[in-house]
Design a protein around this ligand. Structure first.
Ligand code: SF4
Length: 702
């Protein structure tokens, strides 16, 4: 029997370790030694072995739909990018990548764009899931640095889950919470979510607040803590700045429990209970996710939440901290290498002259891009209006996942140079490609990913890629060489890239940046192969990695202090009205992942919720003449979709829920994001996926 190979699940940001035994039937088991899951797995991870195989795989490069050899495809891509840059400048080229890429893939594509091509137009689908949390951390803590570990969740006495249905979106983390609650019934769990989700099954308190009002709740908590003597004055005075302004803003917006209750449309007794719990429970971890992030004020919501932890000194200590849960397997690894358009590599700032000069020196290039590039929504807008003339999309399906998705599809169809690297044909974006590049996928490629708790794990290949499929890092490196950058793209393996990435993180760092894995810069191939999961930083001070950040109360800001940010809560940009009276919330279901290109390959995962649906409260269903199980048309100013009605009292009246997964290959006319508007947070650029006014009507075929 073949030996089991240790690797990592390619789905969510929990980053579970798996043991895979290759063979005719690939056996996938949870890894009992991996610190993220400790032998647990969820339905998606357990079914991974059934998603493999050649059906629907892209096996050969294509130009204009005609199969070609790799040399021809790579020459074509290099030639198209070069000709667009020569004719229109580097801003006319863009890359749109994915949290599915491994850190090594991300590193080389970011280097090509920012270090060689001369612009910073590289953004990622991680923009859609956690960029508001990134900005909130950066503003408050000085760096995009998640302070906690999963272990803190088990050491806390109070867990607040805000805008997170972890039971479905981070299932193994939820399993850890459930196990801890069973072991220690005194552990309190508060869920803040307009919907009663599966996560509420273990909640001691569920705050079903009005959609979009989270900042009022956390502002109200801050002003309550100040009134009730719940602040850590010593921590605030020694380790923070901005407290007075933040408190003044909080008091202005949410001066009392009745005011918070009114703004959030919650019973005052529930608000009071939450505030009392937070006041009395020092060991508190607040987890947040897309429910707060996917908002036109997502950064402010994160800031209001972080303010409460800074004001109480609940950060950097066991069982405490503000903890953003990332959606994707390598959203954090992408951030480490600068995979967002407003970042430089290794957590350096693109607008920092000294940092740019440092990175250019390290890379051996004359300059690096000096202005932030286009964030995801702006990037596709620039494709639509012709400013971007060549776009290379890797491992993601923006025709389904971007807001105003029909407009994105039309923009790509009209664009002259659309290059798509993907592993399957069942991605709607593949249909828009002028050049199609077959990529290797999970199980076929080597590299690293970083999960939500800063833990770097090795993703390991256990089978060869089918046909001519190749790893993304190889494809990008070959294009870079053909564009004349071979001297700075010398890579022969993912290990070569990892060493450079590690070296850059430690280069002239001297404690300026928390993200530092410089101690791994000389790792040899053999050690890279057996690298055990470890949390950054990994440097001289933390040779084995670090479980918790900011234990010394010292933050990577100019004065070493964290910043409380004043937050003036804002309502969603577009509110429900006569024409579109219901608010649509989009999100994930338990057994599907993103646009279903992998999870729909196994019947086991499609039985849970087999078809697109619109979840609606029975009172609303009565009002709009909808019956359970009937087909309904959901319409917004952007577009419409068809879905099965599911009556559910767990839904808040006035709001409906529609899953974001279905693509055209699995259900016609069911893309949730055909209905969402391209409205974003002004700082993070994250779209307002959680608040789209719609109307729902019985479907009447014409
Ligand atoms: Fe994979 Fe996430 Fe499930 Fe773990 S919890 S097995 S990482 S999908």
């Amino acid at each position: 029997m073949a030996e089991a190979i240790a690797t990592v699940c390619p789905y969510c940001g929990v980053g579970c370790g798996l043991k895979v035994r290759p063979g005719v039937t690939v056996e996938v088991k949870p890894d009992p030694t991996h610190p993220a899951n400790l032998g647990r797995v969820c339905s998606k991870g357990a079914a991974l072995g059934e998603t493999l195989g050649e059906s629907d795989r892209l096996l050969q490069p294509e130009i204009g739909g005609v199969p070609v050899a790799w040399d021809a495809a790579l020459d074509e891509v290099a030639c198209r990018l070069r000709s667009v840059i020569d004719a229109h400048g580097p801003q006319a080229v863009a890359f749109y990548v994915s949290g599915q890429l491994l850190t090594e893939d991300y590193y080389v594509v970011n280097k090509l764009m920012k270090g060689c091509l001369g612009a910073a137009n590289i953004d990622t689908n991680s923009r859609l899931c956690m960029s508001s949390a990134v900005a909130a951390y950066k503003r408050a803590l000085g760096e995009d640095a998640v302070p906690c570990s999963y272990r803190d969740i088990e050491e806390a006495d109070l867990l607040v889950l805000a805008g997170s249905n972890a039971a479905w979106t981070h299932p193994v983390l939820y399993q850890r919470i459930v196990a801890e609650k069973q072991r220690r019934p005194a552990l309190r769990v508060v869920v803040v979510d307009p919907r009663r989700t599966a996560t509420c099954d273990i909640a001691d308190l569920h705050l079903a607040l009005r959609p979009g009002t989270d900042a009022w709740l956390f502002n109200g908590l801050l002003s309550y803590l100040a009134r009730e003597g719940g602040l850590d004055q010593g921590f605030v005075e020694t380790h923070t700045q901005g407290f007075e302004a933040a408190l003044e803003a909080a008091r202005g917006a949410a001066p009392s429990i009745p005011a918070v209750a009114a703004a959030c449309e919650l019973p005052a007794a529930q608000v009071a209970e939450f505030f009392r719990l937070f006041l009395r429970t020092e060991k508190t971890v607040t987890l947040w996710s897309q429910g707060l992030n996917q908002s036109s004020s997502g950064v402010d919501k994160g800031a209001a939440l972080i303010n409460c932890h800074l004001a109480t000194g609940r950060i950097g200590r066991p069982g405490m901290g503000p903890f953003s849960l990332t959606g994707q397997p390598n959203a954090m690894g992408g951030r480490e290498v600068g995979g967002l358009a407003n970042q430089l590599a290794a957590h350096m700032d693109i607008e920092d002259d000294e940092a740019r000069e440092r990175v250019a020196r390290f890379w051996g290039v004359p300059t690096v891009a000096d202005t932030p590039g286009l964030k995801a929504v702006d990037l596709f807008e620039a494709v639509a209006d012709g400013r971007v003339k060549a776009v290379w999309i890797m491992a993601t399906n923006p025709v389904v996942s971007m807001p105003d998705a029909d407009r994105v599809r039309a923009a790509l169809q009209a664009c002259e140079h659309v290059i798509v690297s993907d592993c399957v044909r069942g991605s709607d974006t593949v249909a828009c490609a002028d050049v199609l590049l077959p990529a290797a996928t999970w199980g076929e490629k080597d590299g690293t990913v970083t999960n939500s708790e800063r833990r770097i794990s090795r993703m390991r290949a256990f089978m060869p890629p089918p046909g001519d499929a190749r790893p993304d890092w190889w494809i990008v490196t070959e294009v870079a060489r053909r564009m004349g950058y071979g001297d700075v793209f010398p890579y022969r393996s993912p290990a070569d890239i990892f060493r450079e990435h590690a070296a850059l993180s430690g280069f002239e760092n001297e404690g300026r940046r928390v993200f530092d894995i410089g101690a791994l810069k000389d790792i040899d191939d053999a050690h890279y192969d057996v690298l055990a999961p470890l949390q950054w930083p990994v440097n001289a001070a933390h040779p084995q990695g670090g479980a918790r950040l900011f234990a010394d109360g010292c933050f990577p800001t100019a004065d070493g202090r964290a910043r409380l940010m004043p937050v003036t809560p804002r309502a969603p940009v577009v509110v429900a009205g006569d024409e579109y009276p219901l608010v649509m919330n989009t999100g994930r279901i338990r057994d599907q992942w993103h646009t279903m290109t992998r999870t729909a390959r196994t019947p086991r995962l499609t039985t849970h919720l087999p078809e697109p649906f619109v979840q609606i409260h029975p009172l609303d269903a009565d009002l709009w003449h909808l019956s359970d199980g009937a087909l309904a048309q959901v319409t917004s100013p952007q577009g419409s979709l068809l879905a099965r009605v599911r009556l559910d009292a767990a839904q808040r009246p006035g709001a409906v829920f529609v899953p974001m997964h279905w693509n055209e290959a699995y259900a016609r006319n069911a893309r949730a994001n055909a209905l969402t508007a391209a409205i974003t947070d002004p700082i993070s650029g994250q779209p307002e996926f959680k608040h789209a006014p719609v109307r729902v009507a019985p479907f009447r075929p014409v």
